[in-house]
Ligand binder design. Structure first.
Ligand code: 2AM
Ligand code: CA
Length: 292
């Protein structure tokens, strides 16, 4: 970032913006939990019948949009449900419910994601874990934390170096029934070479779990920028590394993601493993630029 950009960012008062983001994520959390308790009436499909959206996703995005725009009317807004890509100046990147399949089926593990970007750079990220109501956040250059009643706890990645000792998470894409390129090859590769793999249904929390050292790594393809933006900042601020399947630094536009505790041997074993597993695929769905 140039000095001029840095000054503008500082002039923004990022700590005030972070407080707003935490507050809005809490309001949205209350809303979706209330709606869930009252019973969800409309569970609709998006890209196909397993890609769900509920009225709570839409209401949560509306609330987050309205509250953020009220305070920062000049910032752009890139939310999963309205999905208008933003590429300039300051903009929010928002997932109103990450883990919608868990939410819609009553599994208590989902989250709300809010990030603030300046162009390609994520400055702030917040993940609100629900229904547990845990708040996680990071600020570029200032670390990653969990907010607790007794203060902010700094999150640090763990130090596992060997793939054989790594505890990993992953998730499967909504197109999994239609394409061979659906993460089964990668899953099979790592299943027999690691301590274990969990598929918990929230990409946002998968990244938080790497940042706080519970897991050592996480990989997944076809995520949206809203699934990953806050958690990627948290992993990096907690000492970890996040790349695409080719090992290049993850960006908002990346279609694949590998996060780790940043131990060079583990990160490279994850990248190599994904590439090796994908070699036998007959049809490829990831963009050529992210292929092996
Ligand atoms: P969502 O609940 O907001 O849709 C599941 O593996 C995790 O990946 C969820 O966090 C889900 O987010 C996210 N995800 C994003 N795009 C996906 C896709 N194309 N297929 C499956 N999961 C996807
Ligand atoms: Ca979502």
């Amino acid at each position: 970032m140039s000095n001029a950009q840095n000054e503008r960012v500082t002039a923004l008062d990022l700590s005030a913006i972070l407080s707003l983001m935490l507050n809005v994520a809490q309001q949205a959390g209350d809303l979706v939990l209330t709606m869930q308790a009252a019973g969800l009436e409309k569970i609709a499909s998006k890209s196909n019948q397993i890609d769900l959206v509920t009225e709570a996703d839409l209401a949560s995005e509306q609330l987050i949009h309205d509250e953020l725009q009220k305070h920062y009317p000049s910032f752009g807004f890139w939310g999963e449900e309205s999905n208008q890509a933003q590429d300039s100046d300051y903009f929010w990147v928002v997932d109103p419910i990450d883990g919608t399949t868990n939410f819609a089926n009553g599994i208590p593990y989902f989250a709300i994601n809010i990030a603030l970007n300046h162009g390609p750079t994520t400055l702030l990220g917040v993940t609100h874990e629900l229904p547990a109501r845990n708040l996680f956040f990071a600020q570029l250059g200032h670390g990653a934390y969990q907010r607790t009643p007794s203060g902010d706890l700094q999150m640090r990645v763990n130090k596992v170096e060997k793939l054989s000792q790594a505890f990993l998470t992953t998730g499967f894409p909504y197109h999994r029934t239609d394409y061979e390129d659906n993460n089964l090859a990668e899953f099979g590769y790592f299943l027999t070479r690691t301590q274990g793999i969990r598929c918990m249904g929230s990409a946002a929390m998968d990244l938080v779990n790497v940042a706080r050292g519970i897991t050592s790594g996480y990989w997944e393809g076809w995520l949206g920028p809203w699934d990953a933006a806050p958690g990627v900042l948290m992993v990096r601020e907690a000492g970890g590394e996040v790349t695409d399947y080719l090992g290049r630094a993850w960006q908002l536009t990346s279609k694949s993601l590998i996060a780790s505790n940043g131990q060079p041997s583990l990160q490279s074993a994850l990248v190599t493993g994904v590439q090796q597993a994908r070699q036998n695929l007959k049809s490829i769905k990831l963009p050529a630029s992210e292929l092996t």
